[in-house]
Write a protein that binds this ligand. Structure first.
Ligand code: HEM
Length: 511
């Protein structure tokens, strides 16, 4: 028998073994080869990243707290090389400044490409921390607390549009208002107004123009799922198949809008607009090498992508909780009434200001409790363990391990947030001693932490603090059926079913 024939017979008899052996080796290597085999977790999670992809496809991110409890461990193995941490102490380490833990490869799925397929490192997606600090420096001031008051007229303008539109469509007709959708339209339009002094036009049209909101939502789902196996993203989007897709795909509507607004701003004679784009263009004079046309488009697009759905989620949660907690609503309304009664007669009808909402301490705690219990991001925010590895919760994690906290998990820690940490109780913030409160604040992870903390946090708080009191002052809001309200957890935890009936309310100096 010739050698070839022998080889053929061997293959024919052993083909199953030849296929299964490398797979088994791969799974065993995954389980034992990453130095994480002592960390508990579901068996299949330790053998392949497919488990985590399926876990997030099934929208199971909010169950991670229970998984930590089930395995009775602050460390939970979610993948061959991925570990979730439930101890809030870890936030300071993983998301701290020294050393900086680089964003993990999940963020490749957030990266934007040019039409030729080159990757553009944006503020939120870049994994190069030096490049990130170069990108953040020129624009940081535009998001600073001290700049906020200058954005108030822009927020007021979108809020007025919201009030006008819902009055026409729902108050006057008595029809149910699908507030979940209207809050999303509000959050997109306001970020358009803040960024370009121009709304996208969702509120005026009452619909998702060019499916812009739909596509942003799908991009977030994509990050949460495909991001778990970054190699998939490379082949689907960045390389291989992605080259073909790019040729077939038209420039998306949001990018077209962005480019048109940048062109309009550059040629406009009015340089005094208090929006983000004007500030970015001013920064261009000092940082011409960074503030290129391409980066301007990235900064402004990132604002829309990162600052719209997240804020809509926060607004939905706050309004839902107000509508379903009559005692809290009563305290909030009483604070609001007091603030409005303190006004001069000529200011009576002006929109609620940032300064006024900060004279409402119960409302401040209420918002904080909503953001604690139901944060917008519903998965672990992954980082790479830096050179040298580290010991966390008594366990050594080698360099390159993907490690992260999920705000839905850490925010339910009873040692930090007190007994009943999973319950909604705004009073916990006022009751806490100074030291306890400091610890709660330090463990508050809704906006992330460290060098990659949300740059738009103040802007989000400005929108929340002005919009919510303004709406409750203008309308009597009643929820149609609290059971319709539900959450769809993914990278973002989007809520649906906040249907309400709106009636006009007059609230001012005398009421
Ligand atoms: C309640 C609303 C918001 C929430 C809960 C939120 C949450 C977050 C979180 C958790 C991160 C860190 C993500 C990570 O490490 O992967 C982040 C980053 C970011 N957010 Fe927000 N965000 C909100 C509103 C906004 C707004 C209004 C803007 C823009 C005006 C914005 C712009 C950004 C940007 C640009 C980053 C990346 C920052 C960097 O890496 O330097 N966000 N946000």
């Amino acid at each position: 028998m010739g050698l070839l024939t022998q080889a053929f017979l061997f293959l024919r008899e052993n083909w199953i073994f030849l296929i299964l052996a490398p797979i088994a080796f791969h799974l065993l290597y995954n389980k034992y080869g990453h130095g994480l085999s002592k960390i508990p977790g579901p068996f299949w999670a330790s053998t392949s990243d497919i488990w985590l992809l399926v876990h997030y496809t099934r929208r199971r991110g909010l169950t991670e707290r229970q998984m930590h409890e089930k395995y009775n461990s602050p460390l939970l193995r979610l993948g061959p090389n991925t570990v979730s941490v439930s101890d809030p102490e870890a936030i300071r380490v993983i998301y701290g400044w020294k050393p900086v833990f680089k964003k993990s490869r999940l963020y490749i799925s957030q990266q934007v490409t040019t039409e030729h397929g080159n990757v553009l490192g944006t503020l939120s997606s870049t994994r190069d921390e030096d490049w990130h600090s170069k990108l953040r420096r020129p624009v940081a001031n535009a998001y600073a607390l001290s700049t906020l008051v200058e954005y108030e007229p822009l927020v007021d303008s979108t809020t007025r549009t919201f009030v006008r539109e819902v009055t026409e469509r729902f108050v006057k007709t008595g029809e149910e208002c699908p507030l979940s959708d209207w809050l999303q339209m509000y959050a997109f339009d306001i970020i358009g107004e803040l960024t370009f002094s121009k709304r996208f036009g969702f509120l005026e049209s009452g619909k998702d123009l060019n499916n812009m909101m739909y596509h942003t939502g799908r991009a977030m789902d994509y990050i949460g799922v495909i991001g778990q196996i970054p190699m998939l993203d490379e082949y689907l989007r960045l390389k291989g198949f992605g080259h073909i897709l790019r040729k077939l795909r038209k420039t998306n509507a949001q990018m077209k809008f962005t480019v048109a607004q940048i062109g309009e701003h550059i040629t406009s004679k009015d340089k005094s607009r208090p929006d983000f784009l004007s500030r970015f263009l001013q920064a261009r004079e000092k940082y011409p090498g960074i503030m290129t046309d391409g980066q301007l488009a990235m900064y402004t697009n990132t604002n829309v992508g990162a600052g719209s759905d997240t804020t809509a989620i926060a607004l939905r949660e706050i309004i839902y909780r107000l509508l379903t907690h009559p005692g809290s609503k009563q305290r909030f309304m009483s604070e609001l009434r007091t603030v409005l009664q303190e006004r001069n007669a000529e200011d009576a009808d002006l929109p609620v200001t940032w300064a006024e909402s900060h004279k409402m301490p119960y409302f401040q705690d209420f918002v904080r409790e909503c953001l604690r219990l139901c944060p917008a991001l519903g998965q672990i925010i992954p980082r790479d363990v830096p050179e040298g590895g580290l010991t966390l919760c008594g366990q050594y994690l080698p360099e390159g391990t993907v490690v992260g906290c999920n705000a839905w998990t850490v925010h339910r820690d009873e040692e930090v947030f007190g007994p009943g940490a999973s319950e909604f109780r705004p009073e916990r913030w006022a009751e806490a001693s100074l030291e306890k409160r400091r610890n709660m604040d330090n463990s508050f992870f809704t906006f992330g932490g460290g060098p990659r903390v949300c740059i738009g946090k103040n802007i989000a708080m400005l929108e929340i603090n002005k919009f919510v009191p303004e709406i409750f002052r203008r309308f009597e809001v009643e929820i149609v059926d609290p059971n319709r309200y539900h959450r769809l957890p993914g990278w973002l935890v989007v809520q649906k079913g906040l249907d309400v009936v709106l009636k006009e309310r007059k609230m001012g100096l005398s009421s």
